[in-house]
Design a protein. Structure first.
Lengths: 437, 437
């Protein structure tokens, strides 16, 4: 006998949690499709040569890589590299701007720990342009995420937006280019380590003088409405070319976000977003759930200049965001933020009061499903108590009983399992209740 | 520069085909849920010790197995072994009968050839009982498949049903038990090799005498309606215990199938179904598309006595069927059976007649989506011809133009891209058309 265990770092849910998980996944998918994004479904396994064209260092160590016959294979570790491969390979078949989504599992052999997974869902959207891509897409992407998090109804949230050119431009302007990697790392950690630590590190470790420190701090700490923030960024009077371009881009993107109807309470400019060191080249995003900022960003992304430089000479700029669904679900559950009302795919479960009513139950199931009502029929032979227990544990809303009285009287007994209310209804009334609810 | 290639045996579709593929996948999922089946999402990677508890021979050779650190890992090669592990591991948390579906990719390192895949979707449904399981479930499962293939609308189909006890019983009754493995293999191939070859092999290779041959042939060739077939199986007068039980089970299952409302034209009894040698113990199913029987069975399964004997002492009988979606899709495409009308997730694409109308396009997109109409807005700067070409290649039904005349006149120009008909409509009329269509 082998112990039926699941590997650590691999999420495997009980059915009621799986229903909740899938509800979130379906909400994300529905919204991606509402904006006309096309589905992709690339392989989990790729040739190592292809998948590792760019990778190196920490990422490569975590990858599940192995040989089968003569093939050196990798399990994908994100959905971006497969997208780059796909766009380069199908360049002539695709229409640009190419807007795709992919909701799929990726694999990283990290040391497993609380809230870290080796197999996890990424829910990616990206728009890829041919040569150029309008900044309007930098606004459409967070607008889609806004719609998703509104619909998920897991609390208030803030989409934080910046443009990396601003940060790079001000570093350049202050003559701190030699320190840019260290500074970006430090700024990315600013909210975690606190202002005092941040300032001390700049002063002592990096020997940044007071005047430069003040410019940097007044830049990073700009507050107010987005329009006030933009105006203050303008008034800093920085003439560095990169900075000026970044501010122009950010202003354009914010303008479009307003036109996309994103409520002003749900987004802000946060100039401390650095998001990695070399991939993003313009707009960058992070998203935080209010009151649960410690969870970290639940949806991030940005604009990049060139998606697929390792596979093609074509210039392919893009912008995208991604929800780390497995980790998000884990955190929502840990923090009691999951809405528990819908834990079954079924609206009702039909229970025969004896073997002789199985036929009537099957017939009722046929009718309900023909009316688009998801219905479980309990077909096994068991005591009534066992059947009712099954219905309650299934977390469906209604149990419907069919027995001697019901068949003779040509009605159905329906029990609302939430409030325990029980009624006797004709088929028409039953359909009415189950359809509207 | 690395060539952006995809591994042979891995299906990677262009977006329009992916939309068709996903439509089929969604139809399958929707029907599984309509019958109240619960979703499972088990890991792709499992410990080799767990996944290979039962495997051996041919299967094991095909498995993607590798080491990472101290772990010996396997990629799942089906969804049944993970189900067995899951049910054994979560036995006390689950309600029985446990009805689950899983639609997911599995991996087999087969030699790649036309129509054979190394990564492919299986769409499984199974009901697992605790100790016992009603034969009514042996009828519910093919009823669900009937609903799916009706809705897929890919042509007429036949669900072939048998019970393995009949075949095993008649072999036992004829005193041919020593040959049972060879006979089952041969019977399974009967329709492929033809009657003459079949009979000659029995006569010459297996030295089956004429009287026994005649009983076997009259059994295998029973024709007529299912009720006639059942009656003829009765009249064969075979008293073997296994045969009698098999006939009783088959009669019960067929009775339930009728109650489930499956149209009599869509199922039949076929006594030649053997389906492997040791797993299935009762009801067995195969499904063929009429006129395309050469594709092979597109949906198969059966009843088994014990799901998880390698992981638990609990007896867990079950019944299930599976659609091999990747192979089915490939065959539908090869045979021109795919319905091509819906090749985009979007109902319409909104095209600005110039940069200055981007804002109006975004506003219209907001409104349409608020009315649950999937809408693409074309946000890039391009010539009008390029934009229209994009709409046509996207295979959406409608293009909507917004330019100077439209904004001044407070209307929208909508073009039906199928019939090229163009109209000028107010927002109300536009919503009416896009909502009803």
């Amino acid at each position: 006998m082998i112990e039926p265990r699941t590997l650590p770092g691999f999420m495997e849910l009980l059915p009621s949690d799986q229903v909740l998980f899938n509800n979130i996944k379906d909400t994300i998918k529905r919204n991606y499709e509402k904006f006309g994004f096309l589905p992709l479904d690339t392989p989990v396994l790729e040739s190592s040569e292809v998948l590792l064209a760019k990778a190196g260092g920490e990422t490569e160590k975590q990858i599940y890589q192995f040989k089968k016959g003569d093939n050196d294979l990798c399990m994908r570790f994100d959905l971006t590299v497969p997208l780059a491969k796909y766009v380069a390979a199908n360049y002539n078949e695709l229409s640009f701007p190419f807007a795709r989504y992919q909701i799929d599992k990726v694999y990283r052999g990290e040391r497993p720990q609380k809230g870290r997974f080796r197999e996890f869902y990424q829910c990616d959207i990206d728009v890829i342009g041919r040569g150029e891509l309008s900044l309007a897409y930098d606004a459409e992407i967070p607008c889609i995420m806004y719609n998703i998090f509104k619909e998920l109804n897991i609390g208030d949230f803030t989409i934080q937006i910046s443009n990396r050119k601003l940060l790079l431009g001000i570093i350049e302007d202050l003559g701190l280019n030699d320190l840019s990697i260290e500074l970006l790392r430090l700024i990315d950690k600013k909210s975690k380590i606190g202002d005092e630590n941040f300032i001390n590190t700049l002063r002592i470790d990096y020997k940044v003088d007071e005047q430069k420190l003040n410019v940097l701090l007044s830049f990073l700490n700009i507050k107010g409405s987005v329009n006030e923030q933009l105006s203050k960024l303008n008034k800093l009077g920085i003439t560095n070319e990169k900075y000026v371009l970044g501010l122009k881009e950010l202003t354009t993107v914010i303008g479009f976000i307003q036109k996309f109807g994103v409520n002003a309470e749900y987004y802000t400019i946060d100039l401390t977003i650095a998001r990695g060191l070399d991939y993003y080249t313009g707009t960058v995003y992070e998203t935080f759930i209010k009151g649960y900022e410690n969870i970290g960003s639940v949806c991030s992304g940005g604009r990049y200049d060139n998606l697929a430089e390792y596979y093609t000479k074509e210039k392919l700029p893009g912008v995208g965001m991604s929800i780390g669904l497995t980790r998000l679900f884990y955190q929502l559950k840990e923090n009691g933020l999951l809405k528990k009302q819908y834990m079954s795919n079924s609206k009702c479960i039909v229970l025969p009061m004896g073997e002789e009513y199985l036929e009537n139950c099957i017939a009722l199931g046929n009718t309900l499903r023909a009316n688009n009502i998801n219905t479980t029929t309990y077909l096994d032979n068991a005591k009534f108590k066992t059947k009712l227990q099954y219905a309650i544990r299934s977390k469906v809303k209604y149990a419907i009983f069919v027995g001697e009285d019901e068949v003779k009287g040509n009605y159905y007994t329906i029990k609302d399992l939430e409030n325990e209310k029980q009624e006797q209804l004709t088929l028409d009334k039953l359909l009415e209740i189950l359809t509207k609810d």
